[in-house]
Design a protein around this ligand. Structure first.
Ligand SMILES: Nc1ncnc2c1ncn2[C@@H]1O[C@H](COP(=O)(O)OP(=O)(O)OP(=O)(O)O)[C@@H](O)[C@H]1O
Ligand SMILES: [Mg+2]
Length: 144
């Protein structure tokens, strides 16, 4: 049984509310009392994954699970999916149109950043299959 589980909706193309879900994740982790470093790593991952749903995904959600020894972020959307996950994980790979680049996105650093900040990352996706990320952070007794 997870100690805590919370679900946050993410709406595609909603740039007004973009970032809200990851902010809620950050607040929850802070309230629980995790140490700043793990909160920062989890928040970066949640934000990058949320922005990817907003820009490329479909109707989506972030599910935060806190277990005694781990934090899990499951980030799901029912959008078009990622055709080549290996390519998408490369630094600099982006399909962002000019419109997103003008907003400062599209450096192709989101997924690499998630990988760097997480202890474990699993991506399930495929064309027309939506995208599911499982991002795990191990925490010892001292992290909270
Ligand atoms: N949820 C998703 N659904 C569909 N495609 C996605 C999704 N997330 C990522 N992608 C694809 O993977 C590519 C790489 O994502 P990544 O987050 O690394 O870079 P980016 O979003 O293009 O740029 P940045 O994150 O630096 O602003 C995206 O350009 C997009 O083609
Ligand atoms: Mg991105």
């Amino acid at each position: 049984m997870p100690q805590l589980q919370k679900r946050f909706d993410v709406q595609p193309r909603d740039f007004v509310r973009a970032g809200e879900a990851s902010l809620q994740v950050q607040r929850m982790l802070r309230n629980i009392g995790f140490e700043e470093q793990i909160i920062r790593r989890a928040s970066v991952c949640a934000y990058e994954a949320e922005m990817n749903i907003v820009m490329y995904g479909g109707k989506g959600e972030i599910v935060l699970t806190v277990n005694p020894d781990e934090i899990i972020l499951q980030v799901n959307d029912d959008g078009p999916g990622i055709e080549n996950i290996g390519a998408a994980l490369q630094e600099g790979f982006s399909t962002a149109p000019a419109e997103y680049r003008e907003m400062g996105f599209g450096a192709g650093m989101g997924l690499p950043n998630i990988k760097k900040n997480a202890d474990f990352l699993d991506i399930r996706s495929g064309r027309h299959q939506g995208t599911n990320l499982r991002i795990v952070f191990h925490c010892t007794g001292e992290s909270r």
